[in-house]
Design a protein around this ligand. Sequence first.
Ligand code: 3PG
Length: 211
Amino acid sequence: MNKILEELSKFGVVPVVVLNDAKDAKPLAKALCEGGLPCAEVTFRTAAAEESIRIMTTEYPDMLIGAGTVLTIENVDRAINAGAKFIVSPGFDPEIVDYCLKKDIPVLPGTVTPSEVAQGVKRGLKVLKFFPAAQYGGVSTIKAIASAYVDVKFMPTGGVNAKNLKEYLSCDKIFACGGSWMVKADLIEAGEFDKITEMTKEAVALVKEIR
Ligand code: 3PG
């Protein structure tokens, strides 16, 4: 497996972040690092995403920062130029996947059906996002799909939280989980970075119980 993805897998949890204001990027990065989780998927759902990635990777160069909700090739370039180390998409967009593969950029495209997983397998991908996980059957669906596609692992995202994290991570087909519960936009906007650190520590402790 690619080194960046291997590193990501070790964290067990990848905080999925929506930043409305790039001024929050630095305190958020600090809060995650202090919580023991120096990684994040910064989603391209806001205009602040690119600058936030730049700030986080400059101020905390040891953090593993990727870009999420990447829907265009242009955003792949913007994210990578800003310092992102991996690309995540909600769906399987062959154009984005092929572009990333050509440029040797670790990419985690979203899948939920065997047909989408097959597209990833055909391209040699070993890790795929499973999104939205809860709505598409969670661990039980992942196990069923993984029984046919034995060399693939999944990053479930969507509905993962402190209550079900251990259930997800107990499945050996799960690479890591994506989740926003410890970095909710309202916590960020209220400047509740101590709370984010506390919830991040709790998430890390749950990962340690399983891995
Ligand atoms: C994602 O962007 O992948 C999801 O919206 C995160 O889902 P969650 O908010 O349920 O963790």
